[in-house]
Design a protein around this ligand. Structure first.
Ligand code: 6GU
Length: 226
C-alpha cells in the first residue's frame, strides 16, 4: 500500500511513522508513506497557501489553488482509491473503517490547518472525510499519523504474529481482555489461576467472558459494532 500525505508541516509526521511497527512495515516494503509540502504549490513566492475567509470572521482558510494543483499533480502519477480529508467534522474513525482502508492500494490524505480548507476542494476532490474523535487538534497531521498507524498495522505481513491484529480491542466489537506476564505472584498479587492451568479451552472461555464484561461495563455502546 502507498499513502501520500499533503501537509504544511510534513515534519510532524516523521517521528510517529518512523518507529516500531510503522518503521518495520515500510522497511519490509509493505507500506510506503510519502509526505508532500503543500507550499511547493503556493500561489506566490512567499509560500502563501491560505487566505481570509469570505463573509468575515477570524481564522484563515486554505486556498483552492495550491490544494487543487497538489491533488491533480499527485493524481496524474497514480490513481487514488480514496482522497481523504482529515477534519474534526468528518465521520469518526473506527476499526471497521481502518479494516476497509487497509485493503486499498493508494490513499491520498489531506491535512488541514487554521479554519480548514475551502469547501470547493471538499466538494470536487475529496472522496472521504475522517475525524479521529470529538475534540479539535491544531492540524490534521497527528490525526493522519493515527490513521496511517491504524491502517498500516492491518496490512498482511506487517505484524510479526499474523493473528494478533485479530484479537485487538474492537476487532470483534469487543474490548480486549486483561493480560498478564511473569511473575505469577508479584507482591502477593496473583495472576488468575485459569491462565496458568494449561487448559487452552478454559483460557479462551475466560478471555471471552472478560472481554464481554469489560465491554458491557466500559463501552456498552460497542456491542455488536464489529
Ligand atoms: Cl482529522 N483534524 C483536526 N484538526 N482535529 C481533529 C481531527 C482531525 N480529528 C479530531 N480532531
Amino acid at each position: 500500500m502507498r499513502i501520500d500525505i499533503i501537509s504544511v508541516i510534513p515534519e510532524l509526521l516523521e517521528s510517529p511513522l518512523g518507529h516500531s511497527i510503522m518503521k518495520r512495515a515500510q522497511a519490509k516494503g509493505l507500506l510506503e508513506v510519502h509526505t508532500h509540502q503543500l507550499r511547493q504549490w503556493a500561489v506566490n513566492e512567499y509560500g502563501q497557501v491560505d487566505d481570509y475567509q469570505y463573509g468575515g470572521g477570524a481564522g484563515m482558510v486554505m486556498m483552492c489553488e495550491p490544494l487543487a494543483n497538489a491533488i491533480e499533480s499527485l493524481s496524474a502519477q497514480r490513481h487514488y482509491d480514496e482522497v481523504i480529508y482529515m477534519t474534526p467534522d468528518g465521520p469518526t474513525l473506527n476499526q471497521k473503517t481502518a479494516n476497509t482502508l487497509s485493503l486499498k492500494e493508494n490513499l491520498l490524505l489531506i491535512c488541514g490547518h487554521y479554519k480548514g480548507i475551502d469547501q470547493r476542494i471538499r466538494d470536487h476532490f475529496v472522496t472521504m472525510e475522517i475525524s479521529i474523535g470529538d475534540y479539535v487538534l491544531s492540524g490534521g497531521e497527528l490525526a493522519a499519523a493515527v490513521l496511517v498507524d491504524a491502517i498500516g498495522r492491518l496490512i498482511p505481513g506487517v505484524l510479526g504474529d499474523e493473528t494478533s491484529a485479530l484479537t485487538d480491542s474492537f476487532q470483534d466489537g469487543l474490548l480486549a481482555p486483561p493480560v498478564y506476564t511473569r511473575p505469577a505472584d508479584f507482591r502477593g498479587w496473583q495472576v488468575p489461576a485459569v491462565l496458568l492451568s494449561g487448559d487452552l479451552k478454559k483460557v479462551d472461555e475466560w478471555r471471552y467472558e472478560q472481554a464481554l464484561q469489560r465491554t458491557e461495563s466500559r463501552r456498552p455502546d460497542l456491542q455488536g459494532d464489529a
